[in-house]
Design a protein around this ligand. Structure first.
Ligand SMILES: Cc1ncc(COP(=O)(O)O)c(C=O)c1O
Length: 345
């Protein structure tokens, strides 16, 4: 029996308050723009992010995709981090559907890109090259361990792109985790960029959905692309209602997930055979390696103990989320302890 699921924050379920709000949501046809609950969610999200407008999307992937489609034309180039979700985990949508060339920029350990590398890649080039129009950042940076990039780090990268006229998008799938960890308003992480997206279905615990926010014009464009992707949704207030509750009740709560992640990280650091960089555990993601063993085997053994985690042979991941309490954390730590003792022989 599975007792604790730490594969991702995406496995979190909506709270009773969200389910009630979904049941009672006032509805209209959002393709006509008259679903009051969706309109309220979009207005609330835009306000929180300090942007003019926002559009509800089906997922984080779709948020990134419509941001790219709305800001980079076919044959344009976009700059993304080598470890970015857009490059590595969105099925190549930007290239396949947007027809853009993707130039990956090396990332440092924390998941930022060197400003000079951005400048160099963004500089105007002759007619042999595809023009560069968009820089995509990611905050928190998932593969770096959920690092929370600061407003200064964002500004340094955004300024480098802007020097050559690039627009800037942030994949903020977990932007509220970053804001909570940095103890700043989320809008402070959005001021220097043109568009920013976030997921409702991760630490915010909604069943489905995400947001893209930006100026009014770019969001009009994003809506057109969303429609083309078949995601003009009708009485979508049934889902948006959960989003409103999430923005009211799930943001401050993320501090618990971060504390649970630190507790797990500290315990793992004590276990022989585990390599972990505790400095990277800034939010709700705990990444670690088991260099003497096969990661998949460790994950399989943990599963037999009732604990699910994510990862392949070299990089394993645990992600506490809404619904994981300190008892669950203890179960996961004890199971890991047992498994590591077993494989040590
Ligand atoms: C950094 C990042 N961006 C985007 C996404 C995409 O979100 P979704 O799975 O909702 O499409 C994820 C999902 O894990 C993510 O970690």
């Amino acid at each position: 029996m599975i007792r604790v699921d730490l594969r991702s924050d995406t496995v979190s379920h909506p709270s009773p308050e969200m389910r009630k709000a979904m049941y009672e949501a006032e509805l209209g046809d959002d393709v006509y723009g008259d679903d009051p609950t969706t309109n309220a969610l979009e207005a609330k999200a835009a306000e929180m992010l300090g942007k003019e407008a926002a559009v509800f999307v089906t997922s984080g992937t779709q948020s990134n995709l419509v941001a790219i489609l709305a800001q980079a034309g076919r044959g344009d180039t976009i700059l993304v981090g080598t470890k970015s979700h857009i490059l590595n985990a969105e099925a190549g949508g930007a290239s396949a559907l947007g027809g853009v060339v993707i130039i990956p920029i090396a990332m440092n350990k924390r998941g930022t890109m060197d400003a000079d590398a951005i400048r160099q890649a963004a500089a105007p080039r002759d007619h042999h090259k595809a023009p560069v129009s968009l820089l995509c950042l990611e905050n928190t940076q998932n593969v770096a361990g959920g690092t929370a990039l600061t407003p200064e780090e964002i500004k340094t990268m955004a300024d480098a792109g802007r020097e050559h006229g690039l627009r800037v998008h942030v994949d903020g799938a977990r932007i509220f985790n970053a804001a909570v960890a940095l103890e700043i308003p989320v809008a402070a992480l959005a001021t220097e960029v043109d568009t920013i997206g976030f997921c409702l279905s991760k630490g915010l615990a909604c069943p489905i959905g995400g947001i893209l926010a930006g100026d009014a014009d770019v969001i009009v464009e994003a809506r057109r692309w969303r429609k083309m992707l078949g995601a003009g949704m009708r009485q979508v207030g049934v889902i948006a209602a959960a989003g409103i509750v999430a923005l009211d009740t799930m943001v401050d709560r993320m501090a618990d997930d971060h504390a649970n992640a630190r507790k797990i990280g500290n315990a793992l650091a004590e276990m022989p055979g585990i390599v972990i960089d505790l400095a990277s555990v800034e939010t709700n993601i705990v990444r670690f390696g088991v260099p003497m063993h096969k990661g998949n085997e460790i994950a399989a053994r943990l599963k037999a103990e009732g604990v699910l985690i994510n990862g392949g042979d070299s990089d394993l991941r645990m992600v506490p989320h809404y619904g994981i309490d300190s008892e669950d954390v203890n179960i996961a730590i004890n199971a890991m302890d047992k498994v590591m003792a077993e494989v040590a022989g």
